[in-house]
Design a binder for this molecule. Structure first.
Ligand code: SF4
Length: 409
């Protein structure tokens, strides 16, 4: 007979392969005002992030790791030889409340293998969130992984109680999905995402008209596994661009494929470098916040892959040197955003400061926390890069050297 702790060990471990758990963008709730249990922000909540930026302050578990599907890349697939466990709805509710009150977590990330049927499983997942919200007045963050084949009515119930919904597209190419997850149906995944997008927009519209209108999840996200198939970085970014455009996703998460225990023979034996995942996240930000198109990011890539030695914006700038140097005192925002080393916040501050005075190199250094990368690309009141932009060894000079990690750091 498994104890709750035994189940927790199995079902928390089984959930670790899902990267789509960051809580950014959730509706703000404060338990001090509502007298509910838990807030999505504020004092007393344990915020912890792994070194790679992933949020780890959620109770991140599966309801069960039994699954009737046989997706090759998944440790929970029906043919996998792993220990199985299943929580009841009440057990997940108790664990969430218990951990929350001890300040271990800021919320719950709940996913599940598919048991009996997509509807049965989704009903159980939704019940957890409904009991937390409606019976215990839990105000903390809830992210539910939804099952695309489930009844739209269940997805609507999930959205009514969750802060974030997600449906994993899993693989960047439909052909790979057909090969590695034959029971998943890309058309149904797209339809479910489209339905959620519609509900989110309707709820936002209704809330604009009345703040008492029923709430719905503030966003949906998805995850793509990187390196389990042959899709190159540009194909992955193209898929992400379409997902952002068609379904208004809050985030696309990129999860470097890691070989799983008892792996299927059709999978690669090694994982891709973690730096590949990091470069994809940087390129994703260029698409969402810096005005880049995939075709522009492609200019700094080779054979469809991003440069692992330099970030994608620097890679683009090195291929477009004729557009530099940029005068930080006169250039438009769109061009400042393309300067390597400049972030959206520092550009905003530059635009505001330069209304009152001419910016010097030390001002830029203060706003950007350094100018090593940007110096060859900019002109300031007291700085001209001369021929630095044309140096043949510029990429080499700006590339971050690969470093051996310190065992005792
Ligand atoms: S449906 Fe989900 S849990 Fe089941 S095998 Fe596929 S990826 Fe794993």
């Amino acid at each position: 007979m498994q104890t709750v702790l035994d189940k927790l060990a199995i079902l928390a471990d089984a959930a670790k392969y899902d990267a789509s758990c960051a809580s950014s963008g959730a509706e703000k709730r404060n338990s001090l005002k509502t007298r509910a249990i838990g807030s999505t922000e504020g004092m007393g909540i344990c915020h912890a992030y792994a070194p790679d930026g992933r949020c780890i302050s959620l109770l991140k578990i599966l309801l069960t790791n039994y699954c009737q599907f046989d997706c090759h890349y998944c440790v929970n697939r029906v043919s996998s030889n792993v220990a199985r466990a299943r929580f009841s709805v009440e057990e997940v509710v108790d664990l969430t409340l218990g951990f929350y009150k001890r300040n271990y977590i800021e919320g719950l990330f709940l996913s599940s293998g598919i048991i009996r049927s997509p509807d049965y499983t989704m009903e159980q997942v939704v019940r957890v969130a409904e009991v937390l919200r409606q019976e215990h007045h839990f105000g903390g963050y809830i992210h539910l992984k939804t099952i695309p084949d489930a009844d739209p009515g269940l997805l609507a119930r999930a959205g009514a109680v969750a802060d974030r919904l997600s449906i994993n597209v899993e693989l960047p190419q439909e052909a790979s999905l057909a090969r590695l997850a034959p029971q998943k149906n890309p058309a149904r995944i797209r339809r479910a995402m489209g339905g959620i997008r519609l509900k989110i927009e309707e709820a936002k519209e209704a809330r604009r008209e009345s703040r008492h209108a029923p709430r719905f999840s503030t966003g949906q996200s998805t995850q793509m596994i990187i390196g389990a198939d042959s899709a190159d970085d540009l194909a992955i970014l193209g898929t992400a661009r379409n997902l952002y455009g068609n379904y208004k996703l809050s985030r696309v998460y990129y999860s470097a494929f890691s070989p799983i225990p008892d792996a299927s023979a059709v999978l690669p034996l090694t994982k891709p470098p973690l730096m590949r995942e990091h470069r994809l996240y940087q390129a994703d930000w260029l698409l969402r916040f810096y005005g880049f198109e995939v075709s522009e990011i492609a200019e700094g890539s080779r054979d469809g892959m991003l440069d692992l030695a330099v970030d994608p914006k620097l890679a683009w700038a090195l291929q477009n040197r004729q557009q530099f140097p940029v005068d930080v005192n006169t250039a438009p925002r769109e061009m400042l955003l393309r300067v390597p080393g400049f972030g959206t916040k520092s550009v905003k501050q530059m635009l505001s400061s330069r209304r009152w005075r001419r910016l010097r190199l030390e001002d830029v250094a203060r706003l950007c926390r350094g100018t090593k990368t940007s110096m060859p690309f900019i002109v300031t009141e007291d700085w001209q890069p001369g021929g630095a932009i044309d140096r043949l060894d510029l990429r080499q000079r700006l590339a971050v050297p690969a470093a051996q990690g310190d065992l005792f750091a």
